[in-house]
Each structure stands twice: as structure tokens, then as C-alpha cells.
Design a protein around this ligand. Sequence first.
Ligand code: ASP
Length: 366
Amino acid sequence: MTSRRDFLKTSAGVGVGAAVGLGSAEPLRGAPAVRRSVVSPVAVASGNGLEAVATAVRNVSEGGDTLDAVVQGVNIVERDPGDSSVGFGGLPNLDGVVQLDSSVMHGPSRGAGAVACLEGIKTPSRVAVDVMRYTDHVLLVGEGAQRFAVSMGHQLEDLLTERSRRRWIEWRARMSSSDDYLTPEESGLRAPPFEDGDDYGLSLLDSHDGVRPLGTINCNVINADGDLSGVTTTSGLSYKIPGRVGDSPIVGAGLYVDNDVGACGSTGRGEAVIKTCGSHSVVELMRGGMSPTDACLEALRRIVTFTTEDRLRNAEGRPSFNVNYYAINKNGEYGGAAIYSGGRYAVCSDGETRHDDLAYLFERRG
Ligand code: ASP
């Protein structure tokens, strides 16, 4: 006699219809769910996510939920005061206030949650999870998002580190030579270096040539059952207009997960990603059969087409900014791409954590 366990084992690798012995594509009502163990767990993330991908894969390998796994991964970066692009220590907006954006998507339950312009909470990704789990909404913003976070037990804290504050003060001073703020050169004063020797040489870090510090972490994972989840979290564009929201908390832009197809997230110029529904586009292209890398490249080509503003194009008529996509499909294949060469992304697969090169559309010059 065949036990149920043997039945499931021998059914593995064939379609659901065959598993229930009907030769039909329709699952039998009440039939046991048959899951194929198709992949070994894989996680991908932006370049600042090496620890995040390792954490995510370790968690799902130990049986943890895919969303909890990626959120725990990015929490490391959110809590790190040394990463000036995410969470605690993130560079502030024009008023010197850190405003955070984050979104999460849980493949198996088709859940989504997000927060934007959230102030005072180190781990916005966890608040996004709470929006998904404990409200009937997908996106909360600003003061309402903060009140919700506090009601759920998140701690209010000052997110501006001394390092970020000094960088913002110098940014403000360099905005205009005809205002009343003095640059270090004009005042003859230079703040002492930090204990670790970093002199926060802002002139090197935050140029006023139109290139502003960006940075975000996106992390996506697939477990052995082929379930997917993703998270994107950021302090967004540094020195942004207060209230500005980037792509990171916008479902379909900075993140998209369809458990039947794959997951994708982005970093880089959020406005370009929002206008092209970036991560959703990548997932739809994978649904159409493209590999993760090819899907990322095609979505980036759409950004190039959509970049018609002279102020956003270089002498060659190409975007003067970069965007990166990171994607995994349902089979555990993964990839990433950027508009310009030179970028790397974090991968954890087959027990190895490493940086891989991003594919790209154009060689970076200069
Ligand atoms: N995409 C983020 C935003 O536009 C920034 C970044 O990834 O660096 O807010």
C-alpha cells in the first residue's frame, strides 16, 4: 500500500493535475497541496546587502518565513549608523530631518505594506510589515505612519547622527554663495575629525555638481518551496524637498513580488523608476519568459526612452543618473542590471555570499 508520504514523494516534479491522478490541470478540491521543492534558497540585494542576503538565506534555510527573512536582513543596514542611505544615520531632507520610505511584499499571502516620509523610527521596513499584517491598507505616510508605528510599539528615536548632521550643515552652507550660511572656507573653521579619523570631508562626498548621494537597500529571497518575498528601505534622496517620496515605498516601482513569477526591487533615481512602474515591469517581463537579467535590462531601456528632459540627459543624450534592478524568478534564477557599468550586487546562493557584477546598458565614462 502506498503511504501518503510516498505518494507526495513520487508526485514531486510533476504537475498538480497528475499528482491528484486526474490528468487535469485543475486541482481537486480538498486535495492535499503538492509542493515541489524546486530550488535551493537564493537571496539578492543591492551592493550594501551582503550581510542581508546571508541573513535572509540562513533564515529561510532554517524554515523561517521569507518576508521575516529579508526584513531581518535589511534591519542590519537600517540600524547601522555608518550607512548614510538607509534608516538610522541616513542623510536628512532639506530641513535636516531624516524621512524614511519602505515597502514589503510577501509572496505566499500576496500581502503588501509600505510607509513613506516616516520620521523617528529606525526600522521602517518593520512598520511596513505591520501595515501589511495589522491594517486593511497598503501605504501609510508622514505623521499618520509615525502614529501608527508608535501604536504598534516601535520606539521613537532621533535618527540624525552627528556625522549626517554635519554633512547636512555643510550642504546647506554650500547651496548658495549669496545666503547667510558660511562654508568652512568662508568661516575659516573646520569641525574636528571624528574619533575614527574621518574628517567627514564633505566636499569629497556631497558635491554640488548635481550628483546627490543616493542609496537604498533592496533584498529579495526565494526559499526551497519557491516562495518569494522582498523588501526595499531607504532614507531616499539626500537633502530632498520635505515630503518627497521616492520609488522605494511604491508597490510596483521600488519593489514587486508575484509568487507565481518572481521578485524585483530597485535602487537609484526613484522618479525614473516610478514613471516606468519599474519593478512591476521586470516581473511582467519575467512572466513573459525573459531571464531576470534580460528583464532588468529591458525595464532599464524603458527608463532611457522615458528620459526626455534635457536636464536629465548627458551630452550623449543618455540619462545623467543611474538605476539598478535586482531580480529572482520562480526557478531561483537571479540577476541584476544597471543603466551604467561598474555596479555590483549582493548574492547568497549555494552556501556562498558574494558580490556579482551587474549587467548594464552603457559603459560608464569618466
Ligand atoms: N531609489 C531611492 C529614491 O529615489 C534612492 C536610492 O536608491 O538611492 O528614493
